[in-house]
Ligand binder design. Structure first.
Ligand code: SF4
Ligand code: SF4
Length: 178
C-alpha cells in the first residue's frame, strides 16, 4: 500500500499497471475470459470508492486492535482479507471487466487521488484525427480521445501510465509530460 501510493505521488497509478500482482493477473489471465463489459461510471465514482476504502480500513483497524499482539492471528486475518478481495475481483472480472476491481481497490483509489496530476498524459490536438484507437486499447476503459474536445480525460487519475494508447496512436498525438 505504501509503495503503491508513494509511487503515485511521483508517477500516478503506475504501480497498478504491472507491479500490483492483482493488476498483472487481471491483464494476463482474466482478460482472456472476461466479457470486457463497460465499467459503470457510478462504480468508479468517488462515493463508492470512499465507501469501499472506509469499510476495508475500518475492518483492518478493528481486527488489528482486536488481535494485537498475536502476529499469527494478524497474519491469518491478512490472508483471509486478501483472499476475499481477490475472489471479489475475480467475480467482477468474470461478469464485468478484467480491471473492474481496479475501479474500487483502496490502493488504486488512494493512488488515483494522490497522483491525479502526476506524469500526465497529454495530447497534440492538431495531430489527433479522432480515430479512437487509443480509447479502444486502454485497459482501464479511459478515453484519451476525449482530450481533443475536453480539458481533461474523465477519470484521468485512473491512468496506469501503461503507454498502450501512446503506442497505438498512428499520429503520435499522445505523450506523457514530465
Ligand atoms: S492506455 Fe493510455 S490512458 Fe489508458 S491507462 Fe494506459 S496510458 Fe493511461
Ligand atoms: S489514436 Fe491518436 S489520432 Fe486516434 S483518436 Fe487517439 S489520439 Fe487521436
Amino acid at each position: 500500500m505504501v509503495a503503491g501510493v508513494g509511487l503515485a505521488a511521483v508517477r500516478g497509478r503506475k504501480w497498478c499497471n504491472w507491479m500490483c500482482p492483482r493488476g498483472s493477473f487481471a491483464d494476463t489471465y482474466m482478460k482472456v475470459i472476461s466479457p470486457g463489459r463497460k465499467i459503470p461510471g457510478w462504480l468508479r465514482g468517488t462515493p463508492v470508492r470512499l465507501a469501499v476504502l472506509a469499510f476495508l480500513m475500518a475492518m483492518l483497524t478493528f481486527q488489528i486492535v482486536r488481535l494485537w499482539p498475536d502476529p499469527d492471528a494478524i497474519g491469518k486475518f491478512f490472508v483471509i482479507l486478501l483472499t476475499i478481495t481477490t475472489v471479489v475481483g475475480v467475480f467482477m472480472a468474470l461478469f464485468l471487466h478484467q480491471r473492474a476491481w481496479c475501479s474500487i481497490c483502496p490502493i488504486g483509489s488512494l493512488s488515483s487521488w494522490v497522483g491525479k496530476n502526476r506524469f500526465p498524459l497529454n495530447m497534440d490536438k492538431n495531430a489527433c484525427v479522432s480515430c479512437g484507437l487509443c480509447t479502444k486499447t486502454c485497459p482501464m476503459q479511459l478515453a484519451p480521445q476525449e482530450m481533443k474536445e475536453n480539458e481533461a480525460m474523465a477519470f484521468k487519475g485512473d491512468c496506469l501510465k501503461c503507454g498502450l494508447c501512446v503506442k497505438a496512436c498512428p499520429k503520435q498525438a499522445l505523450h506523457f509530460q514530465g
